[in-house]
Design a protein around this ligand. Sequence first.
Ligand SMILES: NC(=O)C1=CN([C@@H]2O[C@H](COP(=O)(O)OP(=O)(O)OC[C@H]3O[C@@H](n4cnc5c(N)ncnc54)[C@H](OP(=O)(O)O)[C@@H]3O)[C@@H](O)[C@H]2O)C=CC1
Ligand SMILES: O=C(O)C1=NCCCC1
Length: 259
Amino acid sequence: TVIKGNPAAIISSKNIAVTQAPPLFLSDDQVLGLLDWETLVPAIESVIAGVDRGQVIQPARLVMRIPDKDAVVLSMPGYVKGTNTSQDGSPDDSLAVKIVTSFTRNKDIGLPSILATVLLYNPDNGKLKVVMEGTEITKWRTAAASVVATKHIFPRSKESGLIVAIMGSGAQASIHAKAFDANFNVKQINIWNHRYPGAQDLVNKLSSEGLKSVKAFEHGQDAVKEADIIVTATYSSVPVVKYEWIVKRDVILMLLEQE
Ligand SMILES: NC(=O)C1=CN([C@@H]2O[C@H](COP(=O)(O)OP(=O)(O)OC[C@H]3O[C@@H](n4cnc5c(N)ncnc54)[C@H](OP(=O)(O)O)[C@@H]3O)[C@@H](O)[C@H]2O)C=CC1
Ligand SMILES: O=C(O)C1=NCCCC1
């Protein structure tokens, strides 16, 4: 069966499952083509509110470690009870499982450390609808959650001129810089990495993509000194920010880490 049409419409339609169609496969590039902050941030905001309202089933994720490969596999099922109706008139509930692999040595072979797959099911009968590469959506949704948190708990985010410090220069550092730039009025983004050239490379990349006022820092303390928001996005097993470095009283600290 050839499935034609807009992947977004296909994902939201339950009919493909009923008609015995095989699951749709979406590559990361196709998923990326469907992602924008204007849609994603309110969606994440609504799901977080749904947790509070009891509309979300989200058990603790299963964590499997593979110590000799410095790797972790995370399995994350989730169900969201819809609040609207789909095109076919049924509730727009969602049922999915995300599987994330975290191989910290992947950098050496040019692969992202975090790779993900999302399996999307018909929420009424459990039939598999879509298999999608989930690496991009995982990156974006993590940063979107930081945007939502900032919006709700940091009063100065509504004013002009946020200073954001990002510790790390990998995938999460990059997407957080873009997310804050796109969603807030940002005065400066400070990037620190344990290897300074990594911070310089990320600054060059972000600047070439149009981000203004992005600066690399050699010392973490200098990067966080003036910051309103501090995002730690590293694989460090020791703290990369010291308490005494934080001089402002209402700084928000986002910690991204695996289990
Ligand atoms: N990617 C994702 O979607 C998500 C990631 N996370 C978490 O965010 C964190 C960063 O992930 P991600 O950006 O994808 O990973 P990357 O591999 O892309 O980046 C890792 C960053 O950590 C730095 N780093 C590695 N080892 C150390 C160390 N020993 N001390 C200090 N810094 C170190 C790396 O620097 P260098 O390369 O110079 O060594 C790099 O800047 C991880 O804890 C991950 O589990 C959380 C949610 C989602
Ligand atoms: O998707 C998530 O949630 C992840 N959490 C920590 C490790 C990377 C992915």
